[in-house]
Write a protein that binds this ligand. Sequence first.
Ligand SMILES: CC(C)(COP(=O)(O)OP(=O)(O)OC[C@H]1O[C@@H](n2cnc3c(N)ncnc32)[C@H](O)[C@@H]1OP(=O)(O)O)[C@@H](O)C(=O)NCCC(=O)NCCS
Length: 176
Amino acid sequence: MNPVLDIEIMRKRHLRRVMPIEEVVYPRPWSIGVFTAELDLVKYGERYYIVGTIDDCLVGYAGILFTPDDAHVTNIAVDPDWQRRGIATELLLELCWKARERSCQGMSLEVRASNTAARALYARFGFAPAGVRRKYYEGVEDAIIMWCHDLGSPDHVHRLRAIEDERRLAVKGTAQ
Ligand SMILES: CC(C)(COP(=O)(O)OP(=O)(O)OC[C@H]1O[C@@H](n2cnc3c(N)ncnc32)[C@H](O)[C@@H]1OP(=O)(O)O)[C@@H](O)C(=O)NCCC(=O)NCCS
């Protein structure tokens, strides 16, 4: 039977299961204090964080911050044991739908130049390279700034629907 991905709003109680993933996937992981500070901003409508679970196993998480007109992806990560099964795709779909619901016109993010996996994921969602922050990471690696400028357009809805049509996972409980 296909696994079912359950997407829900991230709570502080999730952090003990988020942190081991954060610490294994990033060279410079966020501390629990950073996550807590981010979650504190959710109640003001300034942030939106979600987690994905499969059979009660927390497999990934993601979040955005809101500016007056746009959204910015702050974090997206999937447990290495669960990667390449479409989980990040589902999390990013949820972030895009939420940003549209909040009338965001665009969405941006920063990604390590060497992170081909994430760059391919973002490209599928219509993010295109828009600039480079040289030596942004550890003073060594460039950050590629990617933008999706047509988030509010009908074309982008078609793009999201097309991604949903190809989904490999059953999904329930989206957080919206
Ligand atoms: C980037 C990341 C979130 C992708 O998660 P995931 O659940 O494996 O992604 P998906 O299964 O939804 O993959 C979607 C697409 O992204 C691309 N992709 C994902 N992993 C890839 C890899 N290892 N190599 C190449 N492309 C990859 C592919 O285009 C893939 O589609 P496909 O499987 O049909 O080819 C995951 O690799 C991760 O947690 N990396 C560490 C944290 C990180 O770098 N986050 C991004 C910070 S900017």
